[in-house]
Design a protein around this ligand. Sequence first.
Ligand SMILES: *[C@@H]1O[C@H](CO)[C@@H](O)[C@H](O)[C@H]1NC(C)=O
Ligand SMILES: *[C@@H]1O[C@H](CO)[C@@H](O)[C@H](O)[C@H]1NC(C)=O
Ligand SMILES: *[C@@H]1O[C@H](CO)[C@@H](O)[C@H](O)[C@H]1NC(C)=O
Ligand SMILES: *[C@@H]1O[C@H](CO)[C@@H](O)[C@H](O)[C@H]1NC(C)=O
Length: 357
Amino acid sequence: MEDANSKGVLYKPTKKCLLLYLVCLLLLCLFNGWPRLRSPSNNPSTVQNSSSRNVTILLWHWPFNQCSSLQGDVCWDLYHVPGCRLVDQRSLFSSADVVVFHHRELEQGRQKLPLTLPRPKGQRWAWMSLEAPANNRNLKQFANVFNITISYKRNADVTVPYGEVLAKQAETPVVEDSSLNKESLVCWVVSKYKEWHTRSKVYIKLNATLPVKVYGGWNKKPLSSGDLLPTISRCYFYLAFENSVASDYITEKLWRNAYMAGAVPVVLGPPPSHYKAVAPPHSFIHVDDFASVEELGEHLQQLAQDKKRYSEYFTWKQKWKVTLITDWRERLCKICTLYNTLPQQRVYTDLEAWVKA
Ligand SMILES: *[C@@H]1O[C@H](CO)[C@@H](O)[C@H](O)[C@H]1NC(C)=O
Ligand SMILES: *[C@@H]1O[C@H](CO)[C@@H](O)[C@H](O)[C@H]1NC(C)=O
Ligand SMILES: *[C@@H]1O[C@H](CO)[C@@H](O)[C@H](O)[C@H]1NC(C)=O
Ligand SMILES: *[C@@H]1O[C@H](CO)[C@@H](O)[C@H](O)[C@H]1NC(C)=O
């Protein structure tokens, strides 16, 4: 007894020290590792359990019939996402952890849900669409079917934006002169012009206060994909006007057309706070931030004449870089990244309400 007790007294502090040391080490690792894992979008809050088995994602049908190769370990090879098996063979249904359905084909009745197959316990069905609410129809029939949503919306289970900003590892100076080679003040590219679109009304008013150079099918000045960015790059401002005004609906008009070309985007879409949540700081001009379109026009003219203030719209490039998300495989791999954080049990009882909100 005496012996055992004295042993205990002797060993306790050593054990405590070891434990403390381990905890410190863990904290150190966490704090060193976390910032790099973080990005402004919804990254996993827990790190992938690398020792766990593969998660199998079954894509029931390819969106818009655009197939890509699923040969090899696609998620690891292309996006460094471990433990993710992407498949599109329906025969693997019973072993799938997640089955993904793209809405367009369901909506048109060209594809059907496998409602007669017994759904394995724990299997989740995912609803996927990158369209604005106005272009997601026939949703009523899908109440009480899906467990997860894959959408550009920030409150989706798997948020797949059209683009995102990532922090640069090291700050880089912005070398190019942002106002070099500018030929036009404001440019717009539009193929499907509809008078009733909010963006058309704003364009008409803006064009009355300053010259707006219009490209695209509507104006019989179509741009080939190779000409698009070089053309926009010669404009001080680019109208990144969404055709549909909806929560979080921010498309490649901003991420690609404006940021990649190096024109300052004038945005029309969801409220400014939605842009601020995802876009680089001081990188865009929001139509709603002006009392009138005339005031917006005046502001743009002043900025174009003030080299210093204009160039401030490019300062973000020192710290941030923009990446586009265009491959369906990348979006599907993201399910695995977030798999361990998905709600254990969830059913979208009213999918339509969720989509339209
Ligand atoms: C990781 O996966 C293994 C194997 O499936 C499991 O035993 C373990 O509990 C998991 N760990 C965590 C932290 O989820
Ligand atoms: C996980 O999937 C990849 C790609 O399909 C495969 O190479 C690997 O062997 C799988 N690992 C396990 C543990 O099943
Ligand atoms: C835009 O403004 C120009 C110059 O005032 C004018 O010639 C043109 O008709 C306008 N375009 C539209 C569609 O209103
Ligand atoms: C998925 O949704 C179905 C209803 O369609 C439900 O029965 C099932 O329990 C849900 N599974 C999970 C994992 O949430």
